[in-house]
Design a protein around this ligand. Structure first.
Ligand SMILES: N[C@@H](CCC(=O)N[C@@H](CS)C(=O)NCC(=O)O)C(=O)O
Length: 218
């Protein structure tokens, strides 16, 4: 029996849920998943029944419910080695970058919501493009600094946090450097990501407001 259950939102849209799900896959710990359909009547009560945060993801461990994608990822990193970079300086930087990816880039997140089914060439407002360019330059600098295909060399939690952003660049065809473009292909070619994406493609729930942003199709 699995002792871990990850409570998540819809796979097509829930960027926060995707991150710890990818970390769990990389941890190789067995886990069950429970999907809660978001933005339908009664969904908030279901989230509040899981934890006071009232959001997903939530990791249900043997003893307690742990909300927040970074807290969950860090819990897993304490259970399993090598989910953070081995070099302590890089570990601190990777952690800080995850926090920045959670809190910053609001204009990018709001204008280009994660929507894995979407592929459009979209005219985005300047504020969105500026935030995306800032992220592109952070990614390109880190990729230039480290050997390997990922931000800190080997795959780590920061790459899980970057993956929803990678999909936004791809969904709306947002300009990026060659380095970042290659990195996006790496993240979106990952076998665990592809499993998540395959589930998203067959989901029947739709969020029309999200599908329609900047000329998308319902
Ligand atoms: N900081 C939290 C944010 C989680 C979050 O906002 N999750 C969204 C789903 S993508 C949610 O639960 N939204 C429902 C709501 O806020 O009512 C995390 O990293 O887990």
């Amino acid at each position: 029996m699995n002792t871990l259950t990850l409570h998540i939102g819809n796979k097509n849209y829930s960027s926060w849920s995707m991150r710890p799900w990818l970390v769990l896959r990389k941890s190789e710990l067995p886990f069950a998943e429970n999907m809660i359909q978001l933005d339908v009547p009664g969904f908030k009560d279901k989230l509040l029944a899981l934890s006071g945060a009232g959001t997903v993801p939530v990791l249900q461990t043997r003893d307690y419910m742990l909300p927040d994608s970074l807290a969950i990822s860090n819990w897993l990193a304490q259970a399993v080695p090598n989910l953070w970079p081995k070099n302590p300086k890089d570990k601190d930087r990777a952690y800080a970058l995850c926090q920045q990816m959670q809190d910053d880039f609001t204009e990018f997140r709001n204008h280009a919501p994660m929507n894995l089914r979407r592929r459009t060439r979209t005219e985005m407002p300047k504020s969105c493009l500026e935030a995306a360019a800032k992220m592109d330059s952070i990614f390109a600098d880190l990729l230039g600094e480290h050997d390997g295909h990922f931000l800190f060399g080997d795959w780590c939690i920061a790459d899980a946090f970057a993956t929803p952003y990678a999909t936004r660049f791809a969904s709306y065809d947002i300009p990026r450097s060659n380095k970042t473009d290659t990195y996006i292909s790496e993240l979106m070619g990952d076998k665990d990501y592809l499993d998540w994406e395959a589930d998203a493609m067959v989901e029947v729930w739709k969020l029309p407001d999200t599908d329609l942003v900047y000329g998308g199709r319902a």
